[in-house]
Design a protein around this ligand. Structure first.
Ligand code: GDP
Ligand code: MG
Length: 438
């Protein structure tokens, strides 16, 4: 992954005392290759590396005693700058209704995102209306209605016989009449950039003068997404981008290139098919995510130093009386990772060595993330995970710069482990009664 490749580049610097210019340049070459492999636009990479090299050599990196860390910090800052520095909000304009025109290729996620956006804005106290202007795809109107119903946001449609321009105008009039203060217009997409479609979008734009023209981009298409963005922006002058399917994009190329190529901010990130899988886009958090949560290696080193016998004994006891909590879980992850006694212990239980161990197997990166998530919790949450509700999850995720879905995954993993602990406790009792293992 990109994070691993970047870590590799930083690794070269880590072992060294003071750096010279060549060390920095070598590391930058690695960073460059990693970005290109991640499908980041070539020109963007070139500029990025130039800026970065200049800063790395110009600033105090060469004098620093921890040059590796300094370079990581610089890369993190420049990645953040590349994606627009700060979070960019929806421009609601001065007079409602705010009109948001959604554009993009077929399958990018426009219709789904209309529902997601409607849902977020509704939670913010707005009264959004979705308008169905995709009259070409047979099931498009129905799809928008289903989405609207799920998030409890009204949908305006006039079937598929009128022109999208007329429907958009009628939708706007409807919104004004019914006091909807945001109008989100779903439009048709084609598989490829298509001039007729572009003309239609321009006509809709002229008819309803949107406050926002948001380009919905499938981040999994990498470089293509960037080309699409360039084209839509030149024709339609978009105001921002919504990146979808970031959950499936391991490379991060589109996220890193789009802003630099179009000059337009990424406003939201969609991270799954569910209608709650949307987040405001924070460049700094995305940068940390791409870097694999900052200083991964030193945390790993620390975790390995901290392995101890005492903890293992304590954990064993906890397993028996089932007072296993998230703090213990974290300890256990570290122990298992080091192939410590608990790992061995569990491995010796029948049926547990392969299948059950799978759920608690961790790699270095997961461990760091898990640790960050648990550290973002209050002591009370760690001890009684049952109290972690939706808003707590959000706070925890924000605190450590991960997605809420990762907090959910961690909690699920914890529950699985706990269940396993129970099973273990049960077996112990059986053994004492003379049952024993089969
Ligand atoms: P449209 O043609 O642009 O309107 O795209 P749709 O809204 O119909 O979405 C196309 C497909 O992409 C659907 O199967 C969606 O469920 C899926 N999709 C949309 N957004 C996301 C996302 O953020 N992550 C994932 N994994 N799938 C998404
Ligand atoms: Mg659609």
């Amino acid at each position: 992954s990109l994070a691993e490749k970047l870590q590799g580049a930083f690794n070269q610097l880590r072992g060294k005392g003071k750096l010279n210019e060549k060390d920095v340049k070598d590391a930058m070459r690695e960073v460059k290759l990693a970005l290109l492999e991640a499908d980041v636009n070539f020109k963007v990479v070139k500029d990025f590396i130039n800026t970065l090299t200049e800063r790395a050599i110009g600033e105090s990196v060469l004098q620093s005693l921890t040059p590796g860390q300094q370079v990581i910090k610089l890369v993190n800052e420049e990645l953040t700058n590349l994606m627009g520095k700060t979070q960019s909000k929806i421009d609601f304009g001065s007079k409602p209704p705010t009109v948001i025109l959604m554009a993009g290729l077929q399958g990018a996620g426009k219709t789904t995102t209309c529902g997601k956006l409607g849902s977020i804005l509704k939670k913010q106290g707005k009264r959004p209306l979705l308008v169905a202007c995709d009259v070409y795809r047979p099931a498009a109107i129905q799809q928008l209605k289903v989405v609207g119903e799920k998030v409890d946001v009204p949908v305006f449609e006039q079937g598929n016989e009128k022109s999208p321009v007329d429907i958009a105008k009628a939708g706007l009039a409807h919104a004004i009449h019914f006091n909807n203060d945001v109008v989100i217009i779903d439009t048709a997409g084609r598989l490829h950039i298509d001039e007729n479609l572009m003309q239609e979008l321009i006509q809709i734009k002229d008819a309803v003068t949107p406050n926002e023209i948001l380009l919905v981009l499938d981040s999994m298409t990498g470089q293509d997404a960037v080309n699409v963005a360039e084209h839509f922006n030149s024709q339609l002058e978009i105001s921002g981008v919504i990146l979808t399917k970031l959950d499936g994009d391991t490379r991060g190329g589109a996220a890193l290139s789009v802003r630099a190529v179009t000059g337009k901010p990424i406003k939201y990130a969609c991270i799954g098919e569910k209608l709650t899988d949307i987040e405001e886009f924070y460049p700094d958090r995305m940068a940390s995510r791409i870097l694999g949560m900052g200083d991964v290696l030193s945390l790993i080193e620390k975790a390995q130093e901290n392995f101890d016998e005492e903890k293992a004994k304590k954990l064993e006891k906890k397993m028996k009386n089932q007072s296993f909590d998230l703090e213990d879980f974290l300890d256990q992850l570290e122990q298992i990772q080091n192939m410590g006694p608990i790992g061995d212990l569990l491995g010796m239980l029948p049926g547990m060595n392969s299948k059950a161990m799978k759920g608690v197997e961790v790699n270095d990166k997961d461990l760091v993330r898990t640790k960050a998530i648990i550290q973002s919790m209050t002591p009370k949450e760690r001890q009684t995970p049952d109290i972690i509700n939706g808003s707590r999850k959000k706070r925890i995720a924000t605190g450590c710069g991960v997605h809420v879905s990762e907090v959910n995954r961690l909690l699920k993993q914890f529950e699985q482990t706990k269940k396993m602990m129970k099973q273990f406790g049960g077996m112990e009792k059986k053994m004492k009664r003379g049952g024993g293992f089969k």
